[in-house]
Design a protein around this ligand. Sequence first.
Ligand SMILES: *Cc1c(COP(=O)(O)O)cnc(C)c1O
Length: 230
Amino acid sequence: MYANNRAPLSEVVRNLEAVTSRIKDASARWQRDPKDITIVAVSKRQPDERVHAALEAGHRVFGENRVQEAAGRWPDLKSRHPDIELHLIGPLQTNKIREAVELFDVIETVDREKLAGKLDREMQAQGRRMRCMIQVNTGEETQKAGVLPAEADAFIVRCLKRPGLDVRGLMCIPPISEDPAPHFALLAKIAGRHGLGELSMGMTSDFEVAIQFGATHVRVGTAIFGERAD
Ligand SMILES: *Cc1c(COP(=O)(O)O)cnc(C)c1O
């Protein structure tokens, strides 16, 4: 079935199947349709070979957290597989906006006025709309990106009025040492107030909990590709 059966390849394929089946089980448990849940395979700092294995297995949705790193890997792969959907899941500096909109299909980390404004103007200039999500700092951590929950409603309303932004939903990264459930619940509640249908939440350690609380996108790296080289 696969052209190449070396260990890293088959391992990635097995992992993808395992994550898919865990999503199916969690969906059954929480009355969700597994079709409503997209795996964003987080390929940051992973060897090319493992990413190629996921592509060969037919996976098409990937996440990267750095524009620079993504720019080294994805333009070539995207030209070979035009149906790849690439998500930016890390902070975006305003001086990287042009590069980011050329490369990414979805920006999950819109979190401040200046970024939203520049992104909006860049997309309008190009006659496009950027699919994006708004990152909420649900744990109110000082070192973490994201709009604060108290400011989220006003920020979301302003973003929804921007013609260059196609705001689909919200994204969060709960504090590592806390129970993620209340954070996922908070994100879902804020999204519900604005009729936003997409929720990017849950990673390797907690994607099943995120599914319970309505995740439509789970960002899974380690469980698919193995430990990252840092
Ligand atoms: C790295 C990363 C992930 C994936 O984390 P794993 O624990 O490897 O699944 C998900 N979301 C964001 C924002 C990340 O930076």
